[in-house]
Design a protein around this ligand. Structure first.
Ligand code: ADP
Length: 248
């Protein structure tokens, strides 16, 4: 039962690249329904951590569990996605020549080759799900537009909507507000906050103002391990964190 407790367990995860430890005995737990922000200087291991969770990179040692029963280190990348972990990369990848609505249909089909069959017989439940998702990501009025004509922010929201069509229990989001206008940043904060609770969300982000606006709990990574964890104030006032960020 994934509805309570801990959704993600990373324990003693070590990843070496040619002897260099990108992750060094990293231990991190994420609660079900939590919205967690991961911060840390360049090279801290944030991307490598996301790659371990999604099966893209295999650790040398350690364990990684999704809920109580799913051993992530025994699953392939597609199996991990199937198990309920969705990942949003920084660069939006929408089908620009298709409408916003069609992009969500495609995401629901999961595979472009079965798309035409699916669309021909979209059930009313499936239509409702797409409509609900459009409303959630704030794109209801844009549903007939070509995705390629959307603003940068709207493309990012559409891609989050596309991930939601797979109904992930854990959503990993990489630098969601890079390149956004202040209004888009604000809307993205609301969206991510609204997504948590029903599912768990882990956000890697550099923008501290943004982190402050969304996160209850922040994890600071440095040299492949957790340097500090707590509220944004606790992290920003932590002496070691200050030293790392000031390069002292
Ligand atoms: P972050 O996302 O926090 O900036 P990364 O996880 O991308 O950090 O990288 C952590 C460290 O591991 C960096 O020093 C990076 O150069 C190194 N690294 C990451 N991926 C590879 C790789 N495929 N081969 C060699 N070194 C890598």
């Amino acid at each position: 039962d994934l509805s309570h407790g801990t959704i993600l367990y990373l324990e003693d995860i070590t990843v070496s690249f040619d002897g260099f430890r990108a992750l060094n005995a990293l231990t991190l737990y994420v609660d079900t329904g939590e919205l967690r922000c991961i911060i840390g200087p360049n090279g801290a291991g944030k991307t490598t951590m996301m790659d371990v969770i999604t099966g893209k990179t295999r650790p040398d040692t350690g364990s990684a569990w999704f809920g109580q029963n799913v051993d992530l280190l025994r699953l392939s990348e597609p199996e991990i996605a199937e198990a309920g972990i969705g990942r949003k990369f920084q660069k939006p990848t929408v089908f620009g020549e298709h409408s916003v609505f069609e992009n969500l249909e495609l995401a629901m089909a999961g595979d472009k080759s079965v798309w035409s069959t699916l669309v021909a017989r979209l059930s009313s439940e499936q239509r409702d799900r797409i409509a609900e998702t459009l409303a959630l990501v704030g794109l209801s009025t844009e549903q007939d537009r070509d995705a390629g004509s959307l603003s940068h922010g709207q493309k990012q929201w559409l891609e989050i909507g596309m991930l939601l069509m797979q109904d992930p229990q854990l959503l990993l989001v990489d630098e969601p507000v890079a390149g956004m206008t202040p209004q888009e940043v604000e809307r993205t904060a609301e969206l991510l906050v609204s997504l948590a609770g029903k599912r768990s969300v882990v956000v890697v982000e550099h923008d501290m103002e943004f982190v402050r606006s969304i996160a209850r709990k922040v994890t600071v990574l440095h040299e492949g391990r957790v340097l500090a964890e707590g509220s944004i104030d606790e992290c920003q006032n932590n002496r070691e964190v200050v030293e790392v960020y000031l390069g002292a």
